[in-house]
Design a protein around this ligand. Structure first.
Ligand SMILES: O=c1ccn([C@@H]2O[C@H](COP(=O)(O)O)[C@@H](O)[C@H]2O)c(=O)[nH]1
Length: 287
């Protein structure tokens, strides 16, 4: 029997959002959130918080995005909690996008690529956020390793924080830094686009960036990959903002929300209901 090619991340993401709606639910165990759930801000509290999120989201949302920083804050035992959650979510068929924003010179980037996206990664996620500020091509090991293993990367392009524009709006000759990322991601997705599929190289464009996409003349629809839109909820971004920011690229948008959804815990059913309601509301408005 001829072996079937493994599905790409873009294909798996498209299928997941068609089944569960567009929401990417974040797991960000902020101290204030953990304590508001009646837990102690220590390893036990981190474990309980994460277990509740996994129970609420696994099999119920398209994508879960754990924020690595909150687990790294507890050292190797915190990272073990993160690895356990990644394994449980993926075993339930839920896509995991690890938000670790890795980026370094090529040879070190190769080590990051192996650590998070490679065949022998200890707890490989389905996709990883990466930082391109050492140059788009410095990401090559991550782009190639992800592609080889049916995984994805999300490249920071226009981040949701107000300071991001100092770097991202700057021009390199005729191009803004953000446009360099748009063109770089689009080039990675050429084959998928030709096949009429979603590519596996995505961008991060915050829901809070206002009119930046239009001012910089970015053609986000041409990226042909998923567009992670953090900033929905706690940072003030709304579904209406998504419409304004993304225009005709809306079908590829993956809106991300962490604190706004997590504030519905610690009850598993309450948390799941908030995630579902958020996803349903976004699906209606993005349609
Ligand atoms: O531009 C960016 C890139 C990543 N993030 C991350 O998303 C979540 C947002 O959490 P909320 O609680 O929904 O504000 C967090 O992990 C950020 O590191 C972002 O906000 N903006």
């Amino acid at each position: 029997m001829t072996p079937q090619p493994q599905p790409t991340f873009g294909q798996r993401l498209r299928a997941a959002t068609q089944e569960h709606g567009p929401l990417c639910a974040g797991i960000d165990p902020h101290r204030a959130l953990v304590e508001s759930w009646g837990l102690t801000y220590d390893l036990d509290g981190l474990s309980a918080f994460t277990a509740t999120c996994v129970e609420a989201f696994a099999g119920h949302v398209a994508v879960v995005k754990p924020q690595s920083a909150f687990f790294e804050a507890f050292g190797s035992r915190g990272v073990a909690v993160l690895e356990g959650a990644i394994g449980q979510l993926r075993a339930a068929g839920t896509l995991v996008l690890l938000d670790a924003k890795r980026g370094d010179i090529g040879s070190t980037m190769a080590a990051y690529a192996e650590a998070y996206l490679g065949g022998s990664a200890p707890a490989p996620a389905d996709a990883l956020t990466v930082s391109p500020y050492l140059g788009f091509e410095s990401l090559r090991p991550a782009l190639d390793t992800a592609a080889a293993h049916g995984r994805g990367v999300f490249v920071l392009a226009l981040t949701s924080n107000p300071e991001g524009k100092d770097v991202q709006h700057a021009r390199l000759g005729a191009l803004s830094v953000a446009e360099t990322m748009v063109l770089g991601a689009a080039a990675e997705n050429v084959q998928a686009r030709a096949a009429g599929e979603l590519g596996s190289t995505g961008l991060v464009v915050g829901a809070t960036v206002g009119t930046a996409v239009q001012e910089l003349g970015l053609d986000l629809a041409a990226v042909g990959g998923p567009l992670l839109a953090p900033g929905v909820g706690a940072q003030g971004g709304t579904a209406e903002d998504l419409k304004r920011v993304f225009g005709d690229a809306l079908p590829n948008v993956l809106p991300a929300s962490s604190r706004d959804v997590l504030s519905a815990g610690p009850d598993v059913a309450g948390l799941r209901d908030r995630a579902r309601a958020t996803s349903d509301r976004l699906a209606t408005l993005l349609a």
